[in-house]
Design a protein around this ligand. Structure first.
Ligand code: FUB
Length: 338
């Protein structure tokens, strides 16, 4: 996440465009929707955007969120319920600032909420909190997940019952500071001709509270089997990992950040490598683009956000629209405006 905000906004704002879908709620600002179906009901785990008064900076300091609200609905198009505060930053013992994009998982009667937040040294880590209810309140563990860093956790349950976390985000998400395996505050982005920084994957332990292995790179390859380069910024990974499975294939989707696309790549197992296939969602109004893809009653949906309600990049609103596949398994690109 970063700033090229003005340029990006000018290219997407100000055009007479009709959104293909409306905000799911309008009484609060919400973003980064991670949607799941638990016990037949739809739950959306979004960021809760607020105007905290922090000035815009190049590292996304103005995304200064302080709690999570979980949204639920019985069906797409049905009434959306805001279930109130599910976790407050005050109740995360190790947290400093900026509660960013969460995800959730369910196992053996417990719901797990995974979230990135900067620790008291201003280093992004990923934490976990538990609840017996999908909407919380959640109780945070005392420490971040050991071996976790950067932002945007996505937890995927495979059909064999294994759970994997995908995570990472460059620039304001700090992934470039972990190139050596330990934190380097001076860590730089790759040069254009170098391989792009890879998102990370780690299998979760049986208790869902820790990594069962050291995080590994998720390779995204071009059609010739070559790793995407850092300069290929309409294709390479920036942030917002999501993983879903369709007809036995693993679809890894992500935001390209400064070029504002949601792209996808397909692989044969959770670790990849994944081969780049194309665009899921064209740029939306606002700098960030962040999504989830989920099957609900035999149809597939894209949950995403834009800034329709506020016109401000850090005050977003979540939306949903149907996602369709072609017979060869490719995804039909969505443009959020007609
Ligand atoms: O919501 C804060 C950050 O903005 C997320 O972590 C990124 O994915 C971007 O959407």
């Amino acid at each position: 996440l970063s700033l090229c905000l003005v340029a990006a906004s000018l290219s997407v704002f100000g055009q007479a465009k009709k959104p293909i879908s409306q905000p799911l709620v309008s009484h609060i600002y919400t973003a980064d929707p991670s949607a799941h179906v638990f016990n037949g009901k739809i739950y959306i785990y979004p960021s809760h955007d607020i105007e905290s008064g922090v000035k815009e900076d190049d590292e996304g300091g103005h995304f200064d969120m302080k709690d999570f609200h979980i949204l639920s609905m019985d069906k797409v198009g049905g009434k959306v319920t805001d279930n109130g505060v599910a976790l407050d930053i005050k109740n995360i013992p190790w947290a400093g600032r900026q509660l960013w994009a969460p995800d959730a998982a369910f196992k053996n009667g417990t719901y797990y909420l995974y979230f990135p937040v900067k620790d008291k040294d201003d280093v992004f880590r990923i934490g976990v909190a538990t609840s017996k209810s999908p909407v919380g309140p959640f109780k945070a563990e005392k420490e971040p997940i050991k071996g976790s860093y950067s932002i945007d956790p996505c937890v995927f349950k495979d059909t064999d019952g294994s759970y994997y976390m995908y995570f990472g985000g460059i620039w304001g998400g700090q992934l470039q500071r972990w190139k050596t395996g330990s934190y380097d505050p001076k860590g730089k982005l790759q040069d254009d001709k170098q391989p792009a920084l890879a998102p990370k994957i780690a299998k979760l332990s049986k208790d869902m509270l820790s990594f069962a292995e050291e995080a590994k790179d998720v390779q995204i390859l071009d059609k010739n089997g070559k790793v995407l380069l850092a300069g290929d910024n309409t294709k390479r990974f920036f942030e917002a990992s999501w993983l879903h499975k369709y007809k036995g294939k693993y679809y890894f989707s992500y935001s390209t950040g400064d070029t504002h696309f949601i792209n996808y790549a397909i692989g044969d197992n959770p670790y990849g490598p994944f081969t780049y296939k194309g665009v899921v969602l064209n740029p939306v109004d606002g700098w960030t683009n962040h999504h989830s893809i989920v099957e609900i009653k035999g149809k597939w949906y894209l949950f995403y956000h834009d800034v329709q309600l506020s016109g401000k990049t850090h005050l977003r609103n979540v939306k949903v629209t149907e996602l369709k596949y072609n017979p060869d398994g490719s995804i039909q690109t969505i443009t959020a405006y007609k």
